[in-house]
Design a protein around this ligand. Structure first.
Ligand code: ZN
Ligand code: ZN
Length: 368
């Protein structure tokens, strides 16, 4: 069967399909406006981020003393570092000056020894003194560098100790901070629950009782809105308590949904069982025209809702419940869907001429 032929046999009138589509759009748009309104209401609710910080649980006096000490020592350490860099440059330049002078002196001495001129002795003394002075300056510079290095080391050690004390102070406050955070989370959650629970309960009631009513677009719009509210405005604010609450609520919700599904399935099976005890004629009357046309086209018996296999031109009755699915026209003998009101081949009104007898007893016996 081609796709368009299948669509033409679905049984819904074309404008009816359009109306359904429009009504679903109405449902979604209605949900959108409800969500917009709802988010305005919850916008000003407190969130967990606000307020509670670790710092508010630390002794402010002790914290201020330690923080001041850390600040001062950090400044001193930085200044020492800068001074050290300057002194190091000076030391290097004095060392270089001494090295150059030493090299010059060594060369000069080597020349003098080869010439052995005694008139140069005062020059030797003068140059040696100069060299001594340069060496002393270099050593003094080195000593100054070492002194500043020692100062900086002391500052850094003190800084490390102060940091440790500051961390201990924070750790000491962490217990009461986390307790306060938990209380805050719980409070935020309870406020949100108080606001979102009524719409959730209304949505659950609407789903159970009113989802097939004529106002279904609004019912479904409200259900979408409640689901959105639940997942966006409530679930992220569930207090975690290390994940316990989430899992427990997950278990409770799954059990509730599963129980609802089990009860619904049992009710459905019981309804079908009672229906199948009635005569074929009574059951045919209870099936809606649209549902019957759609089901038979899809290969599902509209009576017992089980699938039947179509053997072209052979399957006339449901092999599970005996409902007549196809029949031959009493006037033109064309085989057609037994739920059609008019014969698609000759146009005869079925209610006027009545249903034909089962066409071929051997076919029925073979199928059964
Ligand atoms: Zn059936
Ligand atoms: Zn006919």
């Amino acid at each position: 069967m081609s796709k368009s032929a299948a669509a033409s046999q679905k049984g819904l009138r074309t404008p009816e399909r359009m109306f359904r589509l429009v009504l679903w759009i109405v449902a979604v748009v209605f949900a959108g406006f409800l969500i917009g309104l709802g988010s305005l209401v919850v916008r000003d609710l407190p969130t967990v981020d606000a307020g509670v910080t670790l710092a508010s649980f630390v002794d402010p006096g002790k914290a201020a003393v330690l923080d001041a000490s850390i600040g001062a020592d950090e400044t001193k350490s930085r200044e020492a570092g800068e001074r050290l860099a300057t002194l190091e440059l000076q030391r290097q330049s004095k060392q270089a000056a001494y090295d150059n002078a030493r090299e010059g002196f060594d060369n000069w001495i080597a020349t003098r020894q080869s010439t052995q001129r005694s008139d140069q002795d005062p020059e030797v003394i003068r140059r040696t003194r100069e060299l001594d002075a340069l060496s002393a300056a270099s050593r003094a510079s080195e000593a100054e560098v070492e002194k500043v290095q020692a100062t900086q080391l002391a500052i850094d050690q003190r800084l490390e100790a102060t940091h440790r004390s500051r961390n201990d102070l924070d750790e000491g406050a962490r217990g009461s901070y986390e307790a306060a955070l938990n209380r805050m989370e719980l409070r935020v959650f309870l406020i949100r629950l108080a606001i979102t629970l009524p719409p959730l309960l209304v949505a659950a009631w609407l789903f159970v009782k009113r989802r097939h009513s004529s106002a279904w677009p609004f019912v479904w719009g409200f259900i979408f809105f409640a689901a959105f509210t639940f997942f966006v405005e409530l679930v992220p604010y569930l207090p975690s308590y290390g994940g316990y609450v989430r899992y427990v609520i997950g278990i409770v919700v799954t059990v509730a949904v599963g129980r609802y599904a089990i009860v619904a399935m049992q009710r459905y099976l019981e309804r079908q069982r009672l229906a199948e005890q009635q005569s074929e004629d009574v059951r045919r009357q209870s099936v809606s025209y649209e549902h019957a046309i759609k089901s038979v086209t899809a290969g599902i018996c509209p009576g017992c809702e089980r699938g039947f296999k179509v053997h072209e031109g052979q399957t006339n009755f449901c092999m599970h419940c005996g409902m007549k699915l196809y029949e031959h026209c009493a006037v033109c003998s064309n085989r057609r869907n037994a739920f059609f009101h008019f014969c698609p081949a000759c146009g005869v009104d079925k209610t006027a001429v009545g249903s034909p007898p089962p066409p071929d007893a051997t076919t029925v016996a073979a199928v059964a």
